[in-house]
Design a protein around this ligand. Structure first.
Ligand SMILES: NC(=O)c1ccc[n+]([C@@H]2O[C@H](COP(=O)([O-])OP(=O)(O)OC[C@H]3O[C@@H](n4cnc5c(N)ncnc54)[C@H](O)[C@@H]3O)[C@@H](O)[C@H]2O)c1
Length: 455
């Protein structure tokens, strides 16, 4: 009989230290999750399981990675958590919003990711998170009925109500810093528009209930006005707008996105650089998926899928550089499909058929079949993003954290095109850690979060 994942984790508990803390000097951190569905509740439950010694945090650099000494230097490898003085798991307080009723435990059970036995074991931690009423606009999420929503209907007033939630949460839990993470359902595709160009225009537009302002943008605005870091785990624009970049810089808040790089795109950005480095041609890359979780149901709406498609398609063009190698990649046919298939729940399966072209133009095929678990892949990325964003803010960094591109399918940049090659992204991450560490030594143990600007 095979052991359950949590039992296996318990057996190997002594394998490596986990950042329960011990002298990192980092302040207590609030993590507010917008949308308490599969990925959010898998994060909250997972952190509780690790804290309780029931399972191991595989996939999280902040818990397991060691920092090598600088090039050419001698010395021992140091846990990343210590190197960057990251907040310990025991010092994270979770909260959030959801437009669906139920406790975090109910929402975790409904998402069906974790075994009932593990969920029961961490139930007190989930029960401690009472999701707050959210804001909903059926134009952006067409297949969900908002059942737990705020009374405010004007967008500016909705932002004010969310800001009050953030201030209350901070005060109630005596927190020094807060990271807000947009983990809500994928909103319908929307391009950057005139209302998103500056804080002044955006605020006027919110007061006028401008239709091109999506709920996720209102959460982002509220978070940045309250001095919080903001992470966009989804493909929607949210914080990838001139207004948010302006606010983030002004209020000292790190921002990052879009769309966690978890399954198929992760493999794509590992494989494609190798194909290009070997100067093999590529005639086509056909990617398809089946998944049956809430995300799959949302993406069954073509307008929501368009947001996902944009973020999933962008990687290959950048990595292959068809403008430099038109003969090898100029005619690439790249197709991405997502099929909602309820029997699979959160256990997504993806297939990639890669038509490569070798010596003398002879065609060959590579087949990749990844049987993954969507939220199990996503949760450690959320944990890393929360802890690293908070550390960056304590180190005085603000605006778009391009070095977090390692974690995203469609990395947000200050300007210009993003890097997609995972190996290049990883090197940039390491460089950023080296640059951040000395700033954290000087940072006060009680970080204020940031300057809060009232409107
Ligand atoms: N699972 C993955 O591997 C993965 C990877 C990359 C990105 N994502 C993205 O993360 C997001 C969440 O994925 P999931 O699997 O947890 O989905 P989910 O459907 O299980 O959860 C989404 C939750 O968000 C809530 N919600 C929607 N709009 C809201 C609003 N305006 N305010 C508050 N709550 C709101 C829903 O009620 C739901 O509980 C999706 O956008 C998905 O595309 C997921």
């Amino acid at each position: 009989m095979t052991d359950s994942p949590s039992k296996r984790g318990a057996a190997s508990r002594k394998a490596a230290p986990v950042n329960h803390g011990g002298g990192t000097g980092a302040p207590r951190l609030g993590v507010l999750l917008v949308g308490m569905g599969a990925i959010s509740t898998t994060l909250v439950a997972g952190v509780a399981a690790v804290r309780q010694g029931l399972a191991r945090p595989y996939g999280a650099l902040t818990q397991l990675a060691l920092m090598p000494p600088p090039d050419g230097a001698r010395g021992a490898q140091v846990p990343l958590a210590e190197y960057l003085r990251l907040t310990k798991l025991d010092d994270i307080v979770f909260g959030g919003w959801d437009i669906n009723p139920g406790t975090a435990y109910d929402l975790a059970a409904a998402s069906g990711v974790l075994e009932p036995q593990l969920l029961q074991a961490v139930r007190p931690a989930l029960d401690a998170v009472q999701p707050m009423p959210g804001i909903h606009d059926p134009r952006y999420l067409r297949r969900t009925e908002g059942k737990r929503v705020k009374a405010e209907t004007n967008k500016f007033e909705q932002a004010a109500a969310l800001r009050a939630d953030i201030r209350d949460f901070k005060k109630r839990h005596n927190l020094a810093q807060i990271v807000v993470m947009w983990c809500g359902s994928t909103e319908v595709f929307l391009p950057v528009g005139p209302a998103h160009q500056s804080v002044r225009i955006f605020e006027t537009a919110m007061r006028e209930n401008e239709p091109t302002i999506a709920p996720s943008m209102i959460y982002a605005y509220a978070a940045l006005q309250e001095g919080c870091s903001f992470v966009n785990a989804t493909p929607t624009l949210t914080v990838d707008l001139p207004v948010m970049k302006e606010l983030a810089e002004k209020n000292g808040c790190p921002i990052s996105g879009k769309d966690l790089k978890t399954g198929q795109t992760l493999l794509k950005t590992i494989l494609a650089p190798g194909i290009r480095q070997r100067m093999l041609g590529l005639a086509g890359w056909f990617s398809t998926n089946i998944l049956g979780n809430g995300d799959g149901a949302t993406l069954d709406d073509p307008a929501a899928f368009r947001s996902k498609e944009e973020s999933k398609l962008s990687a290959l063009g950048h990595i292959l550089q068809p403008e430099l190698y038109p003969e090898l990649y100029g005619k690439l046919s790249h197709v991405v499909k997502i099929n909602y298939y309820p029997p699979r729940g959160d256990n997504k399966e993806s297939w990639d058929n890669i038509d490569i072209v070798g010596w003398l133009g002879y065609p060959m095929q590579i087949k990749v079949n990844f049987l993954c678990r969507d939220s199990i892949l996503a949760a450690p990325l959320l944990l890393d993003l929360a802890l690293l964003s908070a550390a960056a803010q304590r180190g005085g960094e603000s605006g778009v954290l391009e070095w977090l591109g390692f974690y995203f399918k469609s990395p947000q940049t200050l300007q210009g095109k993003p890097e997609h090659d995972l190996a290049v992204q990883y090197n940039r991450l390491q460089e950023a850690f080296r640059a951040l560490a000395p700033k954290l030594e000087k940072a006060p143990a009680k970080a204020s979060g940031a300057r809060t600007v009232r409107v």
